[in-house]
Design a protein around this ligand. Structure first.
Ligand code: BTN
Length: 234
C-alpha cells in the first residue's frame, strides 16, 4: 500500500490538519479520525462528524493539472467500490462526489489545496448514526451505512478497502476511470438545477471531471465542481 496512516481519536478537521502540516508531510500521507469537531463541507458548509463515522484525508501531489482535476472523481468511485466490497450494496454517485445509498447521502467529500500546492482529498462516511440524529439536524436526505444496509462495518476495514481502490484508480487511465464513474453516476440524464440558476439536463461528464449540462435552448454548459451545487435530486 502506498499510503501511510496517522490516526486520531478527535481532531478539528482532517482536511485542516493536512492543510496546516502539508509542507513537512510526504505524498500519500493519510490522516484519519474517529470524530471531528469542526468538519468542513463543500461551499463553506459544516460537515457534522459524530463519533461512529469514518473521517479521513489524503495528501496528494499529482504531476499535472489533468490528474489533479480527476482526484474527486477517483475519490467518489473508490469510496463507492470500497463500500460495495464491505456491504454488498453498490452506492450511487451524485456528481461531483456525494455517495448515496437508496437516494440518501451517506458520504461527503471535499478537495482542497494546501498552501504548498498539494491536493487534500477529504472523505467522510456516516457509519452508524441514527435517523433521529439526522432528523434533529434537519438533514432528511442524509443517512448512514447502518440505516441503509443494517450492517455495522468495521471502520478500519472500510478505510483499507477505500484506500486500496484509490491506489488502483490512481494507476488506471482516465478513459477507464470515467467509464466506470459514469456507469454509477445518477446525475446523468437527470434534470438538474444548479446554484448559479441554470436549469437543464446533465448529459455528460468531461475528461476533466466537469459536468456538461444542456439548457432548455440546447446550449451546453461545463460546470466545475468547486463552483456549484446541484439540487433537485434528493
Ligand atoms: C460535503 O459533503 O459537503 C463534503 C464533506 C467532506 C467531509 C470530509 S470528512 C474528512 C474531511 N475533513 C473535513 O473537515 N472534511 C472532509
Amino acid at each position: 500500500m502506498i499510503f501511510s496512516i496517522q490516526h486520531f481519536d478527535t481532531i478539528s478537521s482532517t482536511n485542516l490538519y493536512l492543510k496546516e502540516h502539508a509542507s513537512h508531510l510526504p505524498t500519500y500521507q493519510v490522516v484519519c479520525a474517529k470524530e471531528q469537531t469542526a468538519g468542513r463541507g463543500r461551499l463553506g458548509r459544516q460537515f457534522v462528524s459524530p463519533e461512529s463515522g469514518l473521517y479521513f484525508s489524503l495528501l496528494l501531489r499529482p504531476d499535472s493539472i489533468e490528474k489533479a482535476l480527476i482526484i474527486p472523481i477517483i475519490a467518489g468511485l473508490s469510496t463507492a467500490c470500497g463500500l460495495c466490497k464491505m456491504t454488498d450494496v453498490m452506492p450511487e454517485l451524485k456528481w461531483p462526489n456525494d455517495v448515496l445509498m437508496h437516494g440518501k447521502k451517506v458520504c461527503g467529500m471535499l478537495a482542497e489545496t494546501a498552501p504548498d500546492g498539494s491536493i487534500i482529498m477529504g472523505i467522510g462516511v456516516n457509519l452508524l448514526a441514527s435517523r433521529d440524529y439526522f432528523d434533529a439536524l434537519h438533514l432528511p436526505h442524509v443517512s448512514s451505512i447502518w440505516l441503509e444496509t443494517k450492517r455495522r462495518i468495521d471502520r478500519l476495514a472500510l478505510l483499507s478497502a477505500i484506500l486500496e481502490q484509490i491506489e488502483y484508480w490512481l494507476s488506471v487511465d482516465t478513459d477507464a476511470l470515467m467509464k466506470e464513474y459514469k456507469a454509477h453516476c445518477v446525475t446523468l440524464q437527470k434534470e438538474v438545477t444548479v446554484s448559479t440558476g441554470l436549469c437543464g439536463t446533465a448529459v455528460d461528464i468531461a475528461k476533466n471531471g466537469e459536468l456538461i449540462v444542456r439548457d432548455e435552448l440546447g446550449a451546453l454548459h461545463s460546470l466545475n465542481s468547486g463552483e456549484v451545487s446541484i439540487s433537485g435530486m434528493y
